[in-house]
Design a protein. Structure first.
Length: 401
């Protein structure tokens, strides 16, 4: 089987979780002895190869106006068809404007199935508009958890309401699925085309550093024990809520823990956040840690006393996998987390975004300092990639494509 992989999101400045996901898949596909079947080829615009050599990279020409997204929509399908690919795998849940070969997509988290917040970035709005088109035409849809699968099916059941708010190209495309009796736009056979393959963390997160090394890191980069809020996609509007809950918790327990927001890039919104921290009188205990280094990201996760994951934001699935691999205590909300509410195990799931609820959850875990038990039999990215290729190969063999 010959599989073409759309690696275009690697070229974008946004979508940090999708880029991390594709990088991990690239490493697994490029393994000298990968546990997968057939040939794997990455497809990128010619000027965006990023030095990747394994697996082989195809660089189809004809960039439209220098836009990677236009290349993805109008050139990628032609290139995969010309190379006689059996299937095109699009990890970013966006697909070409026409299918010349069967297409499989990956839905990374449930953020796209929730109402968009005010001020959502243009790329997120564009993805939400094209998502029905992608799910309707994909032959196979990969999701990282049963909770996200449920969120997709609930979103599909409410699709008529969403389409009334956006009578764009996606709505016109879905008009062909409108049933005479109910007038709905629901995408047919959606559940039958979905396969659950859990995300996992990079191997670096699994190898816990010695306590002495973590203490040295804490003293050098933070200055004391801390609570971590990963923000893969930039500023998180829930940061002020988490800060207030953290402040109430450390004040109640009389702890000296600090608050660290881990980001790849810093913008003006973080300046406003720091002014808000100043209004609470805790600015000196708040740190914005900007890094795109995997090694630094691993250390920040492993050394944290607690990791906060507020809701179904883009990237929450990867952040959750990393925190689980590091044996970090976690307070999480949203469907993507799908965590048991078991404080004894260091995992607390909250049902709303109220300061009091988060304050109680944070306090319950900070009062019981320590690591969680390591997860047993957690899959690797090689396993994840093998499951994807195996599923696609079985579909091809059964003639489902």
């Amino acid at each position: 089987m010959k599989t073409a992989v759309d690696a275009m999101p690697l070229a974008l400045r946004t979508g940090g979780h999708i880029k991390a996901y594709i990088r991990n898949l690239v490493r697994a596909f490029g393994n000298p002895e990968p546990p997968v079947r057939g040939e794997i080829f990455l497809y990128l615009p010619p000027f965006l190869a990023n030095g990747i050599r394994e697996p082989p990279v195809h660089l189809p020409g004809g960039i439209l106006r220098g836009s990677p997204r236009l290349w993805e929509r109008f050139k990628l399908a032609d290139a995969a068809y010309a190379d006689q690919a059996d299937v095109l795998f699009c990890p970013g849940a966006t697909i070409p404007s026409w299918n010349l070969v069967p297409v499989a997509v990956s839905v990374p988290d449930a953020s796209a199935f929730s109402p968009l917040p005010d001020g959502a970035p243009p790329w997120q709005r564009a993805q939400a508009k094209r998502l029905p088109f992608a799910l309707a035409r994909a032959t196979r849809i990969f999701v990282p958890s049963e909770a996200i699968k449920k969120a997709v099916l609930e979103w599909n059941a409410g699709l008529p309401v969403a389409m009334e708010r956006n009578r764009g190209g996606a709505a016109r495309f879905l008009d062909r699925f409108r049933t005479p009796d109910t007038g709905t736009h629901r995408i047919p056979h959606l559940e039958a085309r979905m396969t659950t393959i859990p995300w996992t963390a990079e191997n670096a997160f699994r190898k816990l550093a010695p306590k002495s090394e973590l203490k040295t890191f804490i003293d050098a980069y933070v200055g004391g024990e801390y609570v971590l809020a990963p923000c893969l996609e930039g500023y998180d509007p829930n940061l002020p809520l988490m800060l207030r809950a953290w402040f109430a918790s450390v004040a109640k327990l009389r702890l000296k823990h600090r608050f660290v927001a881990l980001v790849e890039t810093v913008d003006r919104r973080f300046d406003r956040f720091m002014r808000f921290a100043g209004s609470l009188g805790v600015a000196e205990r708040v740190k914005i840690a900007a890094t795109d280094s995997l090694e630094a990201t691993v250390r920040f996760h492993q050394a944290a006393s607690l990791v906060l994951l507020p809701e179904d934001k883009p990237g929450c699935g990867l952040s959750l996998s990393r925190a689980l691999a590091c044996q970090s205590p976690i307070v999480s909300g949203g469907q993507a987390a799908c965590l048991p509410d078991n404080p004894e195990e260091g995992l607390v799931r909250v049902s709303d975004l109220a300061v009091k609820t988060w304050h109680e959850a944070i306090s319950s875990l900070l009062a019981k300092s320590g690591r969680r038990s390591p997860l047993a039999d957690t899959p690797t990215w090689d396993d994840h990639a093998a499951c994807i290729i195996s599923t696609l190969a079985n579909d091809l063999q059964k003639g489902d494509f």
